[in-house]
Ligand binder design. Structure first.
Ligand SMILES: Nc1ncnc2c1ncn2[C@@H]1O[C@H](COP(=O)(O)OP(=O)(O)OP(=O)(O)O)[C@@H](O)[C@H]1O
Ligand SMILES: [Mg+2]
Length: 408
């Protein structure tokens, strides 16, 4: 081959700007979120005036624009250079303990201090002095707040700060897409966090269509995507979950497929192909960000699915249905083997309904006859892949934990 790169370097017939289709891309204008954005602004207005505002809790399913809206407001706040309000955005998927969150906040505002690696008490005191010295109001945005392992301690610490300091204050904005999270909180944390609540509804297919069109205009060459293909992507995403990230994932993947095949159109065929693989990928992302015990429950389901249910009658054919009870037993055994206390069966039932809400499993009532009424559970994705994802996550986490503890 004379010019091995010639083909690869040929200009794409599909893309103008690939990045514009990425879910990480932040459009200048967020569609359909004016109401939510103004609610966030309203909640933060007292803080901007130097008064401690009410805490805000934002809930909505994945891909409903929570992070984008919050970041949009933060950028606007940061432009108001005169205000005493200081803001920290914390992605709790990364900063997932009280110590890490406080360290992150201090490194945002006192970067020199932060470098020295102090312990929790020192960080807390330094932070409080800093807030107090000229009556600042610190707004702490905790995105994916459900990922914080010692959340009750964190909320307690941040709330207590308000009574410890003589001037200024701290306002908390929590963001989450987990419903059962609310019930796991200590009642005191709950009432602190939920002073005001804001819900982000899922997008319908027209809204998803408009969100995709906004990106198509930025990222693709003119008229390369068929209207029918866009409509299909919107319909699939609306039916799945009303998740804009999913819609964008299908869109960008379909575009990649056309580009790789050197086509000059994106049709419903590429969208169909893309939606299958996007669905799988999202499932693995979801699994890797589940709270620990939900992760263990889905792990138990994956292992049992690979082994086959003890109740052979139900595993005829290709589908494996598991009994809720056997899944619980397996979950408890796995927890014990990792020296973790298994949660009660009441919690377990909540986890199951959460996993179902996220589309990772399906459940059915067994009807009479099979051991009375019981719930049957079926994994919605490949058990091998789910197992691999959990093992990966757990391994990495315990390693990171070791490092963090060495620091604390
Ligand atoms: N209203 C919107 N207009 C334009 N793009 C949007 C809108 N809402 C979401 N998006 C895009 O969809 C993607 C996902 O949105 P975002 O990260 O804000 O969702 P989220 O609610 O925080 O989800 P999760 O709960 O999974 O964190 C981003 O790429 C974002 O740019
Ligand atoms: Mg988010």
């Amino acid at each position: 081959m004379a010019e091995p790169f010639a083909d690869l370097l040929k200009e794409s017939a599909i893309f103008v700007n690939r990045d514009a289709l990425s879910p990480h891309f932040m459009p200048d204008h967020l569609l359909f979120r004016d109401k939510q954005i103004s609610s966030i602004v309203k909640a933060l207005t007292p803080s901007l005036k130097g008064e401690r505002g009410r805490n805000l809790f934002i809930y909505g399913k994945t891909g409903t624009g929570k992070t984008s809206s919050v970041k949009y407001v933060i950028d606007e706040v940061k432009k108001l250079v005169t205000v005493k309000a200081k803001i920290s955005y914390v992605n709790c998927r990364i900063y997932n303990s009280r110590y890490r969150v406080l360290s992150k906040i201090i490194s945002d505002h006192l970067p020199n201090y932060a470098k020295r690696g102090y312990g929790l008490v020192d960080i807390y005191e330094r932070l409080m002095n800093w807030v107090e010295e000229d009556g600042k109001v610190l707004i702490v945005v905790l995105d994916e707040i459900d990922m914080v392992k010692d959340l009750d301690d964190l909320i307690y610490t941040l709330t207590r700060a308000n009574s410890d300091i003589k001037s200024g204050g701290i306002t908390i904005v929590g963001v989450s897409n987990k419903i059962s999270f609310k019930e796991e909180l200590d009642p005191r944390s709950l009432s602190t966090l939920y002073e005001t609540e804001l819900v982000f509804p899922p997008y319908n297919s027209n809204e998803l269509l408009a969100i995709m069109q906004q990106r198509v205009a930025l990222g693709l060459k003119q008229n390369v995507i068929e209207q029918a293909a866009l409509n299909l992507a919107a319909a699939i995403s609306a039916r799945e979950s009303g998740d804009a990230r999913f819609a964008l994932k299908i869109l960008s993947r379909a575009a990649e497929i056309s580009d790789e095949k050197r086509l000059n159109r994106i049709t419903t065929k590429e969208v169909e192909e893309a939606s299958k693989s996007a669905e799988e990928e999202i499932a693995y992302e979801l699994v890797s960000t589940l709270p620990e015990h939900q992760k263990l429950v889905i792990y138990a389901i994956a292992l049992l699915t690979m082994q086959g249910s003890r109740y052979k009658k139900l595993t005829e054919g290709t589908e494996t249905y598991l009994f809720s009870g056997e899944v619980y037993d397996k979950y408890a055994a796995i927890s014990n083997s990792l020296s973790k206390e298994p949660k009660s069966s009441r919690w377990y039932r909540k986890y199951i309904s959460d996993l179902e809400m996220q589309g990772l499993i399906n459940t059915y009532e067994s009807g009479k006859g099979i051991r009375g009424h019981t719930k049957l559970i079926k994994l919605a994705y490949s058990p091998e892949k789910i197992k691999g994802t959990v093992e990966n996550g757990l391994f990495k986490e315990s390693e990171a934990e070791g490092k963090a503890q060495a620091q604390e």
